[in-house]
Design a protein. Structure first.
Length: 275
């Protein structure tokens, strides 16, 4: 690897982005990747705009220092609250040649191709839902699609605490599904707008009425990243190849390695990043 090249950085507030990285490495196995989970300061979903922005920017800068030219925010909350400011205000000052991409746009670009009823539901963290990022972005691509949102503040803690197969999970899945579907009986497509939620996908599907399509974001983002690199050969040339995968957590590495395997589907040995 020469200095002109570096790994692709993948960032999340904690474990959730590993569900995305798993799909990215399936689609683009040739590249080197650095994953950074800010477990020490997660969850982000309940924090203010300012806090999420500062935490995300700090982590992005760490990934740049580790040699990444391209960083993917595999976190909806960070994409909703920090991406635009980082792209518009910070990157021109830090290094206009580096890029940061988010997870919301690849989802909103295609969601209208999945719904026949033109009524779409979004499950997300309170931060993502309150930011209105999904309705605003979907309106740009599919102005005829109506968007209904439901914040699911208990789902991230259930997943983080390994309770995603418990009776408690059934209770809170059912609760938020009812709260979404009471807003409209015609929703036929639901976006799992938080990278932690794929671990609950089977249970969510069990509790949903038949005929509703659930969209997880990992594959969508992987395909969108592949398309981005095809359209930007200058960035592709800066992404080092060799199949390296390096994992950093801002919290305890032993706990991270134990939990992370469940999200990534493979065993992980992480390093600690002190902030
Ligand atoms: N994984 C993050 C997301 O996609 C949420 C987790 C958190 O609240 O930190 O929104």
């Amino acid at each position: 690897m020469n200095r002109q090249q570096g790994p692709i950085g993948v960032f999340d507030s904690g474990y959730g982005g590993l569900t995305v990285l798993k799909e990215i490495v399936k689609e683009l196995p040739q590249y080197d990747y650095i994953y950074l989970g800010d477990n020490g300061r997660a969850p982000y979903g309940i924090r203010s705009f300012e806090t999420v922005y500062h935490y995300t920017l700090e982590c992005v800068q760490h990934l740049f220092r580790m040699g990444c030219h391209l960083v993917v925010l595999a976190c909806n909350t960070a994409s909703a609250k920090a991406l635009r400011t980082i792209q518009q205000n910070d990157l021109p000052k830090i290094d206009p040649e580096r890029r940061v991409l988010g997870i919301i746009r690849p989802t909103t670009e295609i969601v209208g191709n999945h719904t026949r009823s033109r009524q779409v539901g979004i499950f997300g963290t309170s931060g993502t839902v309150n930011s209105q990022s999904y309705p605003i972005e979907i309106e740009k691509f599919f102005p005829d699609v109506q968007v209904f949102q439901q914040a699911c503040p208990m789902w991230v803690p259930l997943v983080e605490n390994n309770e995603y197969n418990s009776e408690g999970a059934d209770y809170f899945i059912n609760k938020y599904i009812r709260q979404l579907l009471v807003q409209s009986g015609d929703i036929d497509t639901i976006v799992l707008g938080c990278t932690h939620y794929p671990l609950l996908a089977d249970k969510i599907q069990e509790h949903l009425p038949p005929g509703i399509t659930l969209l997880s974001q990992g594959e969508l983002l992987a395909k969108s990243l592949a398309g981005y690199l095809r359209r930007h050969p200058e960035m592709q040339a800066k992404c080092s190849t060799g199949g390296g995968r390096t994992f950093y957590t801002t919290d305890d590495t032993e706990t991270f390695d134990r939990q992370a395997g469940i999200f990534f589907g493979d065993s992980i040995t992480s390093r600690h990043l002190a902030l």
